[in-house]
Structures are given as structure tokens and as C-alpha cells.
Design a protein around this ligand. Structure first.
Ligand SMILES: [Zn+2]
Ligand SMILES: [Zn+2]
Length: 381
């Protein structure tokens, strides 16, 4: 420690220098020795560190007073040499640094600056599964999730009520620490929440017994939400301002309700349209018929025209799913599948043979009815 130069001397100022002049002096020196202007200059780098360290102490009234009384010994917090990225430790709790450097970095510290102010809380994800019809027409659902609330015992302070608190020595009550980090672009200043006081700037001997000193607790929140008609699997409903608490007066984050829709036993969804496969018999296809088909609005009469081919698609206009946040509905498509019987009894086989014969078919069928064999036998005898 004995080889350290006097901080006032480092910055070239009188011992009774005003805060304003101290800042000016520091700025001049910092710019002169800044690594961006003195590439690969070890001497300049050391001077830059020295200047920063001096300003860090003298710009802090508490530290300056300690330094005035006890010299380096009063403020040798960096004696251990704990450094960030090999750059000496002189930046912790660094008061005016950001203000000064934002000037000649073109305001590049905007994001750091913002972290001083109110911050929005985090989002909470809630997954919910609903039925096909509920998605189509909307539904009210109860949801439940955990989110942060102010601790009711300490009202967010973190200290056990009635016990004493003091300014956090790690961040001097700032709630955050700044440190320099070397990168491709030279040196950048990182700001992060003080880990000792969790950004509160205050520490206490007796943490609150309810929240263990965090000031926040996780609490179950129940809500009834209205899911609008037309949502689909993967739709996300945002409930603004219902998520985690913000910090420093920032608003709460959001709740993101991620919706999953169960498959339907009859319908397949395609956007706002609904597809239904109607299985009919050969006779129905040939002769035509009136049948009942399910729809989202209940059972509907459906007419099969005589001579309908398998694969025919019929549109039922406006019987689909309502457009989300819009007007109108999609359609229901009925796809007709003509089922071929896989098992037939003798009588049915006999009739089909007769039918084929009536149609003029001259086919050697694989399956033959007993009646057919008998007829052949009769013909041969
Ligand atoms: Zn508490
Ligand atoms: Zn702190």
C-alpha cells in the first residue's frame, strides 16, 4: 500500500476540491489514459486504473472522508486484489462513472442506465388444456399459479420488524455494483444487482422470519379467465400486469396462458374449418339417402345424392369455428367415405352376384356363395 500515490495527486486536484471540479478533473485524466486511445500501452493502462480508483474513493463522500482521515488504509477495500477480468477491483460501487462515460461513448450505456430505474417483473407461464368445443366457442376457466408478492410480515423490507438496518457496504446503498469488462470493443461497464443486499441497498442483522429476508414471498394466485372463441392449440393469452412483481416501482410482468386443445372424436380442425368424415354404405351411395351428421351446433340432417362417389366433399357453410377476435365462422366439410363391407353372409353374397350379373359383369369372383356353387353343380350335372 505504501507505493500508492495520493488520490488527490493522481487526479491533480487540491484537497478541498468541489465535487464538480473533481468530476471534471477525473474526466480529463480518464480520457487521456483511456485504453481505447492508448492501445497496448501498459503505462497508460496502469494510470487509467489509478485514476479510476482515486475517483471512486473521492467521489464517494463517505469514502472520501475515511481517506482524508486515514489515508489509503481507510479505504483499502481492494487490498485483496480481487479483480474483474484481470482489471484490478477498483470499480465496485462506482458513483459517477456511468455519467461521465456515457458522454464519450455516445450514450452507449443506456441499458445500464435503465437498470437503475423501475424494472418490469417477469412473466409467468400457465398451461391449460381445453376441449375442442370450448376452443370453438370460448369458455371461462379458473387458473392458479405462483407469483411473487410483497411479504406481509416485513412489507417488502426484508428485515424482521423492529430490528435495525444499515446501508449495504458492498454497494454503498446503491443497490447495484458496476465493474469494467474487457471485450473486443475495449472496455465496457457492466452493472449488476448487488448480491449482498439483493439490490435493496440496505442490510440487516435479523432477516424477516417469513420471507427469509427476501422481502418477497411466492403466493398462490387464483383467477378466472375468459378464453375467447376461436383459440387453437398453441394460442397464448396474455394477462397484462398479473405476473411477477417489478422492482423499484416497475409494473408486474404478464401471465402467459398457453392453450392446448384436446382432439375431438369426430372432427379434425384446419384453421377455422372443421372436417368430418361421413362413412356410408354402398347402397346409400348408389341410391342416395338422408342421414344425420354431427356439427358444432348439434345434429344436422344431411342428404346423400344418389350416385355419390367415395371422397366427395360437401361444404356446410358457416358451421365451422368462429374467427378469433373477428367476425364470421369457418365451414364444416363433410367428406364421404363409401365403406366396402369386409364380412358378408351367404345371402348377401348371393345378392351381390345377382347384382353383378344384372350389371352385366362377367367376372370370376374370388369369394363364392354356396348358392352359387350349387347353381354351378346343377348346371354341370
Ligand atoms: Zn418478510
Ligand atoms: Zn448492496
Amino acid at each position: 500500500m505504501s507505493d500508492k500515490r495520493d488520490y488527490y495527486e493522481v487526479l491533480g486536484v487540491e484537497r478541498n476540491v468541489s465535487e464538480q471540479d473533481l468530476k471534471k478533473a477525473y474526466r480529463k485524466k480518464a480520457m487521456k489514459y483511456h485504453p481505447d486511445r492508448n492501445t497496448d500501452d501498459k503505462d497508460a493502462e496502469n494510470k487509467f486504473k489509478e485514476v479510476n480508483e482515486a475517483y471512486e474513493v473521492l467521489s464517494d463522500p463517505e469514502k472520501r472522508s475515511l481517506y482524508d482521515q486515514f489515508g489509503h488504509a481507510g479505504v483499502n477495500q481492494n487490498a485483496g486484489g480481487s479483480g474483474f477480468g484481470g482489471f484490478g477491483g477498483g470499480f465496485e460501487g462506482f458513483g459517477g462513472f456511468e455519467d461521465i462515460f456515457s458522454d464519450f461513448f455516445g450514450g452507449g450505456f443506456g441499458s445500464n442506465r435503465r437498470s437503475n430505474g423501475p424494472r418490469k417483473g417477469g412473466d409467468v407461464r400457465v398451461d391449460i388444456t381445453i376441449e375442442f368445443e370450448e376452443a370453438a366457442f370460448g369458455v371461462k376457466k379458473d387458473i392458479e399459479f405462483l407469483r411473487t408478492e410483497d411479504c406481509h410480515t416485513c412489507h417488502g423490507e426484508g428485515a424482521e420488524p423492529g430490528t435495525s438496518t444499515s446501508t449495504c457496504p458492498d454497494c454503498n446503498g446503491q443497490g447495484q455494483v458496476r465493474y469494467a469488462q474487457r471485450s473486443l470493443f475495449g472496455e465496457t461497464i457492466q452493472v449488476k444487482e448487488c448480491s449482498r443486499c439483493q439490490g435493496k441497498g440496505k442490510i440487516y442483522d435479523t432477516p424477516c422470519h417469513t420471507c427469509k429476508g427476501l422481502g418477497k414471498i411466492r403466493k398462490k394466485k387464483k383467477m378466472t379467465i375468459e378464453i375467447p372463441a376461436g383459440v387453437d392449440s398453441g394460442s397464448v393469452l396474455s394477462l397484462r400486469g398479473e405476473g411477477q412483481m417489478g422492482s423499484k416501482g416497475g409494473p408486474r410482468g404478464d401471465v402467459k396462458v398457453v392453450i392446448r386443445v384436446n382432439d375431438h372424436k369426430d372432427f379434425v380442425r384446419d384453421g377455422n374449418h372443421v372436417l368430418y368424415e361421413l362413412h356410408i354404405t354402398f347402397a346409400q351411395a348408389v341410391l342416395g339417402a338422408e342421414v344425420i351428421v354431427p356439427s358444432l351446433d348439434g345434429k344436422l340432417k344431411f342428404k346423400i345424392e344418389p350416385g355419390t362417389q367415395s371422397g366427395t366433399m360437401t361444404r356446410l357453410k358457416g358451421k365451422g369455428i368462429p374467427v378469433l377476435n373477428g367476425y364470421g365462422r369457418g365451414d364444416q366439410y363433410v367428406k364421404i367415405i363409401v365403406d366396402v363391407p369386409t364380412k358378408t353372409n351367404d345371402e348377401q353374397k348371393q345378392k351381390l352376384m345377382e347384382y353383378a350379373s344384372a350389371m352385366g359383369e362377367k367376372t370370376e369372383f374370388t369369394t363364392k356363395s354356396k348358392g352359387f356353387f350349387n347353381k354351378v353343380k346343377e348346371a354341370l350335372s
